[in-house]
Design a protein around this ligand. Sequence first.
Ligand SMILES: C[S@@+](CC[C@H](N)C(=O)[O-])C[C@H]1O[C@@H](n2cnc3c(N)ncnc32)[C@H](O)[C@@H]1O
Length: 633
Amino acid sequence: MMLKQHEAMGKVTFSACVSACEKCRKWQYAVDLLSQMDRKRVAKNLITYGACISACAACGQWEQSLGLLHDMRSAEIFPDLVACNACITSFAPQAQWQLAVGLLQDMPGLRLNPDVISFSAAVGSCEESRQWQQALHLYEQMRRQSVRLDDFGHNALIGAYSRAGKWDLALQMLSLKRSSRYPVGVHACSASVSVCERAGRWQEVLQLWPTLQQVQEEANREDGELYELHSVGPEDITRHLERALELQWLVGYPFLAAGQDQLTHGFYKYIAGMQALCARELYRLVPESKTVMDMFCGSGTVLVEGCVAGKHVVGCDVSPLALFAAAHHADARHLDLEIFLKRSRALTHALRLKRQSWDFLRCQIACQEPGPVQDALHFVLLVALTRARDRTYLHTSSKEWGKDEANAGSSDGGPEDDLAPSLFHGMSQLFAARVRSLRAAMPRRSQVQIHRCDNRVLQLQEPVDSIITGPPYPGVYDYHAPASATADLLGAQVLYDFCAPGRSVGGGRAPTLEDHLDHLSSQYAPGREIGQNSQLREASDYASKWRAEQEAWLASACRNLRSGGTATLMIGDGDRFAVGDGKFDNLKPTVEAAEKVGFRLLATASIIGKSRHPTQPRGMKRTEHMVHLLKPG
Ligand SMILES: C[S@@+](CC[C@H](N)C(=O)[O-])C[C@H]1O[C@@H](n2cnc3c(N)ncnc32)[C@H](O)[C@@H]1O
């Protein structure tokens, strides 16, 4: 409207407005301003075009930026380096490597010398398009023209090699980056670990691991100011609760602190796993407890840490995938590693000899003698299949869960078929190495019981001394999605045979209330899962439904805990889009439900993200809480 009132707006004002649009990433307004300039016969210049191209490029509008570049050239305005670089940069995420390389090669004709940004952005396009040879070619060209790689360029090259499975080139580039002035960084290290995993270079993975831990820790330290902690209760409890929350936020999944031996945590990357160090911190609250239960055990983080702390641990979950992962992570059946490795080697040999891939491997494992070794081979097959699709070790977002499993090892051809022998062999070796580290960290052989049932009907013969657990967050995830995708991938029978509903890992009936026999006969029923996104998110009675689910499982927690024992819960707020004001505080309803079923509240702690900036996702994380409860004597 303002613009209409100022018919005589000049070139300078337009340029300033377009630049403002660029800064605010309003590319449509920038393009609109350019059209207005045409209508008002204000001549466009390098600055207006450049700002508009940058605005479009920053918003991923590569077609718009390219169109503007052509317009410029038709208007006989020579684009400058900034405009060309913006354009090339916009091609990278869209995998338009031909356009990126084409423009780069055209630059001398425009009297421009490509600089490090032009080259790095073009290499980035090649990375996205899996054109590692082109990336290498560009790198050689850079060297000839004495253009030195920057941070982004190193990462893009490592990423390109990683995607192409060129582990040796990726490691060469990583060591070059190490000797440069740029920090190694999570991206480069994670892509290198990933390519080594996929190529079966398990020794290299073990060698790289300490660096990955270290760069991850450094990256997290930078986020240190992005949250605040609040707690209520005695200091000797709240300091552990606060520290556990901090560790949950600061230490990336599934790491232990830099320098510590990686255990089995996260070998299978489970959805919404608790951080290992967070669980370790919570055990400091219950040094005297002999038996500890995680009644939403997921992939077994709390169980593994319990074994390390020398406890007898009990796990429960409805998801067959969770139990499959938890039992293997916690070494629940004391796998014979020698036989496991022998059989894995024989399978790899057969794969290579017969030039076969995943389907053959599936069939061969299915023919093995049933028991812990066969289960472990299936487990490693699952991990290998999911890793076949993972580009970087760390970047699997929870939104992608289910997709990885669904896509992994698909029979649509593609490079992942070639990966089968090396990946399966490498992951078997890595798994054995992680289990050995776990055994070395435990004061004695693990004592683990794992039950597959709805924990609301759990009835242990002996109550436990403590509970440490992380229930689902209200309406946030559907844990059954990755479980169903995995069942499709491995064959539904594999997960079912491992532990049927109402059974315990290793055999026997899960200890449940007698009057809930229907739970024993049903297959995995998603409806048994509490807090389920698909059930709760849209529910009009969201809060009361959640409250009823809370009371039911907390009543079971109270029933299965000895008097004088404690329950420590890690909970998170609800999905912010689920309810009217965009927030669902989960602390109050959880505490109220716990008190209603007989617990006494001892302490709480909360961690709240401070940043609202989209480039600082950690600061935007959902609020999480620790609740420490006592079952009065
Ligand atoms: C937040 S995850 C636990 C993650 C776990 N702490 C870890 O580190 O992997 C919550 C788990 O609760 C399980 N769950 C949901 N409803 C359940 C129920 N009624 N009984 C038992 N487990 C349930 C889900 O299958 C999921 O594995």
